[in-house]
Design a protein around this ligand. Structure first.
Ligand code: HAS
Length: 564
């Protein structure tokens, strides 16, 4: 089948070709990947820059270093918000269409979503580049950015809502045509991600529309920083699972196919995605343990539930390790742990995912330490947290997304991956560099290095015990910089210079197994949405009630509240 052939619209009997993407699917997914990569090209370059600026051994007196906060904002927004969101939309559209074997319900809606996101990105990115939005990726008030920054972010979020609405409509149409059939696991995961994302982003939408946008337009002149932080973290914690779920989709549904084995348990996978959807939002106060405007009772309850949200990741570790064991045994492993070595350690698509898993072991352990109420007091706002989130979002998530790029981009272009050996070197270098970065940032944090601080500025105090570890982060930054260059050589090469036509079948499971029991309850969305609403009212209601401060004022309209 030719890559350029037009796709029939929304017919359940339609089967996708096994090779390259069809025209409409290709341009939609291709454009998302393109924007993701443009954002990443700037965001990723600013990573080594941060490490050089903070390393005491490299106190270069260069004017560019005075842009620390602007660069840190661009680094966080472009990598963690823009690259991820465009990749997530691309992956979600792809797995929905491929697994359900039908095109999206409305291609026009998907394009509308794309253009809204892209106009939003242009507005927000323009404000950052102009130096009018150096407010970091959490944009806490009372720091203020240009109104175009907030409007841009709002448009990006509305765009994602429309995209997920389209996916929901496609799923509904499939469900009508397939009564009693289990939806493929990949799409089950996308639907849970969409529900979680919509609910969570209501928090930041309220923050932007009622506080930040009016403040930046001069309509109100007072905000309540505590309320801003609460609304942000209603959104901020599920945001990290919004990034993680597509990586899990890859581990659960693509990796087994790439390894040539069956997933150990499809049903356990469903349970994992359902649990993440339910437990990701009502735990966000673990980012606010040191905030005075949140009660101790709320902090303790959110802390307990934070440990619950780690359970799906433990289940994932078990399920994926068991799947890997199957693959290792198939390749001849005999001893207890021999399956670890009998893996395709020379395949960049596999190694990028395994690298992400290895880093996530450390990201998970450090996350559980952060979640511990009393330990957090020592760790919060130190470089330790930077170590934690780089082994999660720049580890498990980023490495898995590069793996996805290494098989999805060839499908978009209909050509084989360019220079697979370079791609392999890229994956190993990133694993090594990010391990070194995470470990040295973590240690620097334990030695007293603070995060989000221009440690290279004149007069900034760097604890002597932290200095060598911050220097190591600069070494890691160089390794990661080389890995990033290789990544772009491979993706640009695949897009424009690869000559060989693609022959392999697309790596995606399309059907749910029929020999595994999965209760119909899994797809009782009315029930689960009710559970999401009730659990969040219980867990966030008291926090918001306290923040509303009915005695001293109503924060929404900018009326000063209690003295905080
Ligand atoms: Fe986190 C702060 C707690 C997971 C990202 N986190 C952050 C921030 C970010 C972030 C960006 O409780 C900074 C926010 C800011 O700017 O202030 N986090 C957790 C916990 C988990 C967790 C308990 N975080 C993530 C994930 C992220 C992410 C995932 C991004 C994708 N985090 C916190 C807390 C803070 C925090 C506090 C606030 C700190 C503060 O004070 O500011 C858990 O979900 C982690 C569970 C994970 C596991 C790991 C399972 C391992 C797996 C690997 C499988 C391995 C296999 C073996 C199969 C238990 C699944 C492979 C073997 C081979 C040989 C290949």
């Amino acid at each position: 089948m030719q890559a350029t052939q037009a796709a029939p619209r929304s017919e359940s009997s339609f089967k996708f070709p096994t090779l390259s993407l069809v025209g409409s699917e290709r341009s939609l997914i291709g454009m998302h990947i393109l924007i993701a990569l443009v954002a990443l090209s700037i965001g990723i370059t600013l990573g080594p820059f941060q490490t050089f600026r903070r390393a005491p051994a490299l106190q270069w007196d260069m004017p560019i270093f005075s842009y620390y906060y602007q660069a840190l904002t661009a680094h966080g927004v472009l990598n963690a918000l823009v690259f991820t969101t465009y990749m997530i939309m691309a992956i979600s559209y792809f797995v929905t269409q491929r697994s359900l074997e039908r095109t999206l319900k409305s291609l026009k809606l998907a394009w509308l979503a794309f253009w809204l996101m892209t106009i939003g990105l242009t507005l927000a990115g323009g404000a950052i580049i102009a130096g009018e939005a150096s407010v970091l990726y959490t944009f806490y008030p009372p720091m203020q950015a240009h109104w175009t920054f907030y409007l841009g972010l709002a448009l990006v979020i509305v765009g994602t809502w429309l995209g997920f609405l389209d996916i929901g409509l496609t799923y509904n149409a499939w469900r009508k045509d397939h009564p009693g059939e289990k939806v493929p696991l990949a799409v089950y995961a996308v639907v849970t991600n969409g529900i979680m994302w919509f609910t969570a982003s209501l928090g930041v939408a309220i923050e932007v529309l009622t506080m930040l946008l009016p403040m930046s337009l001069g309509i109100i002149d007072t905000t309540d920083p505590q309320v801003g932080r609460i609304l942000f973290w209603f959104f901020g914690h599920p945001l990290v699972y919004f990034w993680l779920i597509p990586a899990y989709i890859s581990w659960y549904t693509m990796l087994p196919k790439q390894l040539g084995v069956r997933l150990f348990s499809d049903t356990m996978g469903r349970l994992v995605f359902l649990m993440i959807m339910i437990f990701a939002i009502p735990i966000g106060v673990h980012h606010l343990y040191v905030d005075p405007g949140v009660s101790e009772v709320a902090k303790i309850f959110h802390s307990i539930f934070t440990f619950v949200v780690a359970i799906p990741s433990f289940l994932t570790a078990f399920n994926i390790a068991a799947t890997m064991e199957r693959s290792g045994r198939k390749r001849g492993a005999k001893s207890l742990l021999g399956w670890i070595w009998h893996q395709p350690w020379d395949n960049p698509v596999i190694v990028s995912q395994y690298g992400g898993m290895i880093l996530f072991i450390f990201g998970g352990i450090t996350g559980i330490m952060n979640a511990s109420f009393n330990m957090n007091i020592a760790l919060h706002n130190t470089a330790w947290v930077v170590g934690h989130f780089h082994t999660t979002v720049a580890g498990a998530v980023f490495m898995t997304y590069t793996s996805i790029l290494y098989w999805l981009l060839p499908m978009v272009r209909g050509r084989k991956l360019f220079a697979p050996k370079l791609a392999l070197a890229q994956a190993y270098l990133w694993l090594m560099g990010m391990f070194m970065f995470g470990a040295s940032m973590g240690r620097a944090g334990l030695e007293g290095a603070v995060r989000r601080t221009d440690a290279g500025a004149a007069g900034a105090y760097v604890p002597p015990a932290a200095a060598p570890w911050l220097n190591w982060t600069a070494v890691a930054g160089m390794i990661l910089g080389i890995s990033a260059i290789l990544l772009f050589v491979v993706v640009i090469g695949t897009a424009f210079f690869s000559k060989e036509k693609l022959e392999a079948e697309p790596p995606i499971h399309t059907k749910a197994p029929t020999d595994e029991y999965a209760s119909k309850l899994f797809e009782n969305w009315k029930l689960w949405i009710a559970v999401v609403i009730v659990s969040n009212v219980i867990m966030w209601g008291p926090v918001l009630w306290q923040a509303f401060d009915p005695v001293n004022g109503f924060w929404v309209l900018g009326v000063p509240g209690a003295a905080r």
